[in-house]
Design a protein around this ligand. Structure first.
Ligand code: CP
Ligand code: NVA
Length: 304
C-alpha cells in the first residue's frame, strides 16, 4: 500500500481531520495526567529543516520521544542534501531507514517530490506555500475553547502567505468562513481563492474583515526567505495590525491566535499576547499534541 502523506490539509477528509483534532485533545489530557504512552516504540522520524524552527522542531522531537520513539534532526548543511544530492535519491534512501519523514522547505515542490519518492509517510512542516501542521493545532485550540468552528467567521489580518493559504484550505475542510484583510498585491494565491471562493472573502479594511469574527489570526509581515523585503513590507502592512481596538469590533468572545514567532509592534500591538482573548501559548503547546495524533495516524493508521 502506498504511504499516506500530509502535504496539505486536503490530504485528509473532514471526518479524519475532526477525529485527529479530538484525538489530539485526548493525548493532551493523558499527557497532563502523566500517563505513559509508547504507541511509537522503536519508530524513527527523520526531520529535514531547510529553514529555522523552534516550535516545529521541539514538538516533533519531543512528541516522538514521549510516544517511545526517536527523531533525527537533519539539516541540508550537514547532509548531502546541501551538496546537491537529488531530492528523489535522498527520499529513497532516508525512507528506507525510518518510519516517517517531516520536512520544512522553501519550495513546496521539494516536499511533493520527496513524498513521491518516499516509501513512508511525509509530513509538510512548512513550505513557502502551506503550513498544515499549524492548522491542526489552531483547530484543536479553537475547539477546546469554543467548541466546533463550523459556521464561525475567522478573520485573517495581514499577508496572504503560507499560513493564510492553510487557513483557506481549513475554511473548506472545517466549514467556516474566512475573511482575509490584506493590502493590494499581498492576496492569497489566486487559484486557491478561486477553488474556495464560496468560503473566502477578501477585504482591504481590517475592521471590515474583523467585524463580528469569532477568531482573529495573523502572522509576520515578512516570512522566512523574505528578509530583504522587510522594509517594503513594513510600509505595505502598517495598517494591518491586530490590537485591542480591532478585537473590539469582533465578537465579544473572539479568540486571538498567531503561529509565532511574533513581532510585537508590527503585526500585533505590544500588549496583544496578554489580551484576554489571546490563546497563543496553548496554540503553541498544541503543536505537540496535534502532531503526536498526526504521527499515530500516519504511522499506525489509527486514532485511538
Ligand atoms: N509556528 C511555527 O511553525 O514555529 P517555528 O518556526 O518555530 O517552528
Ligand atoms: N509565515 C511564516 C510562518 C512561520 C512559522 C514563515 O513562513 O516564516
Amino acid at each position: 500500500m502506498a504511504a499516506r502523506h500530509f502535504l496539505t490539509l486536503n490530504d485528509m477528509n473532514t471526518t479524519e481531520l475532526e477525529s485527529l483534532v479530538d484525538h489530539a485533545t485526548r493525548l493532551r489530557n493523558e499527557w497532563r495526567q502523566g500517563k505513559v504512552r509508547d504507541s511509537l516504540k522503536n519508530r524513527v522520524l527523520a526531520m529535514i529543516f531547510e529553514k529555522s524552527s523552534t516550535r516545529t522542531r521541539v514538538s516533533f522531537e519531543a512528541g516522538m520521544a514521549q510516544l517511545g520513539g526517536s527523531a533525527l534532526f537533519l539539516s541540508p548543511r550537514d547532509t548531502q542534501l546541501g551538496r546537491g544530492e537529488p531530492i528523489e535519491d535522498s527520499a529513497i534512501v532516508i525512507s528506507s531507514m525510518v518510519d516517517a519523514v517531516m520536512i520544512r522547505t522553501f519550495a513546496h515542490d521539494t516536499v511533493e517530490r520527496f513524498a513521491a519518492a518516499s516509501r513512508v509517510p511525509v509530513i509538510n512542516a512548512l513550505t513557502d506555500d502551506f503550513h498544515p501542521c499549524q492548522l491542526l493545532a489552531d483547530m484543536q485550540t479553537y475547539r477546546e475553547h469554543r467548541g466546533s468552528i463550523r459556521g464561525a467567521t475567522v478573520a485573517w489580518i495581514g499577508d496572504g502567505n503560507n499560513m493564510c493559504h492553510s487557513y483557506v484550505n481549513a475554511a473548506s475542510q472545517f466549514n467556516f468562513h474566512l475573511n482575509v484583510a490584506c493590502p493590494e498585491g499581498y492576496e492569497p494565491d489566486a487559484a486557491l481563492l478561486e477553488a474556495h471562493g464560496d468560503r473566502v472573502t477578501v477585504f482591504r479594511d481590517p475592521a471590515e474583515a474583523a467585524r463580528n469574527a469569532n477568531l482573529l489570526v495573523t502572522d509576520v509581515w515578512a516570512s522566512m526567505g523574505q528578509e530583504e523585503e522587510q522594509k517594503i513590507r513594513e510600509r505595505a502592512f502598517r495598517n494591518y495590525q491586530i490590537n485591542p481596538d480591532l478585537m473590539k469590533v469582533a465578537d465579544k468572545d473572539a479568540l486571538f491566535m498567531h503561529c509565532l514567532p511574533a513581532h510585537r509592534g508590527e503585526e500585533i500591538s505590544v500588549d496583544m499576547m496578554e489580551h484576554p482573548g489571546s490563546v497563543v501559548w496553548e496554540e503553541a503547546e498544541n503543536r505537540l499534541h496535534a502532531q503526536k495524533a498526526l504521527l499515530e495516524f500516519l504511522i499506525l493508521n489509527r486514532l485511538d
